[in-house]
Design a protein around this ligand. Structure first.
Ligand SMILES: [Zn+2]
Length: 118
């Protein structure tokens, strides 16, 4: 499997170009490293930003719940909660895929899968 170092999409071994436009062929280790750390950074930013948005949504919901008199209506900032958690989840899964690819060394055309069939 080729995990794209740019977008962390998992491509079939036969793929030469990822959906994001990254070419698997003729890439130097430096390029892959650079793409990967950039992707890791953006995934981490997305994760943090998503958590912040979800936290704001949660705080707003709690404040609304507290200030609402018993029997009244309070609102739940579900858009921020769901959107934020979704954003955080995407960043998180991207980070997981990137770190897996790094551990397995399965990036681009490093065809040294020595007895790693499962
Ligand atoms: Zn890609």
């Amino acid at each position: 499997m080729n995990t794209c170092p740019r977008c962390a999409l998992i491509n079939p071994p036969s793929a030469e170009v990822c959906d994001c436009g990254f070419r698997f062929t003729n890439q130097t280790a430096e390029t892959i490293q650079a793409e990967m750390s950039a992707a890791e950074q953006s995934a981490r930013r997305g994760l943090v930003r998503g958590l912040v948005v979800a936290a704001i949504g949660l705080v707003l919901s709690i404040i609304s719940f507290i200030v609402t008199k018993p029997g009244g209506y309070f609102f739940v900032a579900s858009g921020a909660l769901v959107g934020g958690l979704g954003m955080a989840g995407r960043g998180w899964s991207k980070l997981i895929r990137l770190s897996q690819a790094k551990r397995e060394g399965g990036l681009a055309h490093s065809d040294t899968s020595a007895g790693k069939e499962r």
